[in-house]
Ligand binder design. Structure first.
Ligand SMILES: NC(=O)c1ccc[n+]([C@@H]2O[C@H](COP(=O)([O-])OP(=O)(O)OC[C@H]3O[C@@H](n4cnc5c(N)ncnc54)[C@H](OP(=O)(O)O)[C@@H]3O)[C@@H](O)[C@H]2O)c1
Length: 275
């Protein structure tokens, strides 16, 4: 399939979400975030993934508002942090994020982890989703059992589940659950924080196309319908990471990468978060 940087996935509420974007976790508050978002938009990125936790919503909003590209062409995601997971806490946290972003609306708002009163938080997200301040709502780090509980109580189903996902952590059960329930999967740590460069199979596939293991990994995600948001604060890498639209992996290469799964997590297990 011929993907481009503008390619989107249609979420379960009809909203179009770019399949590729910039993550800004640990991108420093101030000029580092401003530069990264600006370089990304200039390089053709049309999505930015931030969160209250990252402390850089103001910088993301400032560059999105700056008009490098029209507001409606940029997809902005933010997330409510765990200390605000309750009905009232999440409503207040959303207002605070919106004020920092300085935007009329955010494209996607997520519950960051399935802890505390995430059920109350979901009620708040549902309420917010009926206003014009958010285009889609979803969750992050939800396992199938959390999603099952959420679907049983939800009036509005989650459009997205953003989870740790990369060649060494493919979570086949979660992938299947999301596919069956029309929940789009977004990968965090998609390039294993740079460590995919040490995976010989990815390096060797890349040699055939003149691509790096990072580019092979991100291309693989496009081809298996997983949305991806690699982070870099360096202009050259921001540009290189998006250089994945001029080659196509064969079915056999996709299968080889599918076969690299080791159930190997970098971040916390969602059932043991904060323990
Ligand atoms: N929902 C959640 O719980 C959650 C958790 C973690 C992350 N996220 C989101 O997902 C995004 C991506 O995940 P992540 O930032 O944890 O990990 P990642 O994107 O897999 O890796 C980012 C790291 O890789 C380096 N890097 C980037 N491009 C590179 C390249 N071409 N070659 C070598 N190294 C490269 C970056 O360093 P430089 O900046 O120095 O280039 C950074 O240290 C985050 O930024 C955030 O938006 C969400």
């Amino acid at each position: 399939m011929a993907f481009t940087l503008e390619s989107t996935m249609t979420l379960n509420n009809g909203v179009e979400m770019p399949r590729f974007g910039l993550g800004v976790f640990k991108t420093e508050v101030g000029t580092e975030t401003e530069n990264a978002v600006q370089w990304a938009l200039e390089a053709g990125y049309r999505a930015v993934d931030t969160a209250a936790l990252y402390g850089n919503e103001a910088e993301v909003g400032k560059i999105v508002r700056s008009g490098i590209v029209p507001r409606e062409d940029v997809f902005v995601t933010s997330k409510v942090w765990v200390n605000n997971l309750s009905y009232e806490g999440t409503k207040a946290a959303f207002d605070e994020s919106m004020s920092k972003l300085g935007l009329d609306y955010v494209d996607l708002y997520l519950i960051h982890w399935p802890v505390n009163d995430w059920q109350g938080a979901w009620r708040a997200l549902e309420e917010i989703s009926k206003t014009d301040r958010v285009r889609a709502i979803g969750v992050s780090n939800f396992l199938p059992h959390h999603l099952q509980e959420l679907l049983e109580m939800a009036e509005v189903p989650p459009a997205v589940n953003q989870v740790e996902f990369h060649p060494y952590l493919q979570q086949p059960d979660l992938q299947a659950f999301c596919r069956e329930n029309n929940i789009a999967l977004t990968a965090w740590a998609p390039i294993m924080k740079g460590r995919v460069l040490d995976v010989p199979e990815l390096v060797s596939i890349g040699e055939k196309y003149g691509k790096t293991a990072v580019q092979v990994t991100l291309r693989w995600m496009l081809q298996i319908d997983v949305i991806t948001i690699p982070k870099s604060a360096k202009q050259e890498r921001i540009v290189d990471n998006a250089n994945i639209f001029d080659f196509e992996l064969t079915d056999a290469e996709v299968e080889t990468i599918n076969g690299l799964d080791r159930n190997d997590r970098i971040g916390p297990h969602p059932d043991r978060f904060g323990q």
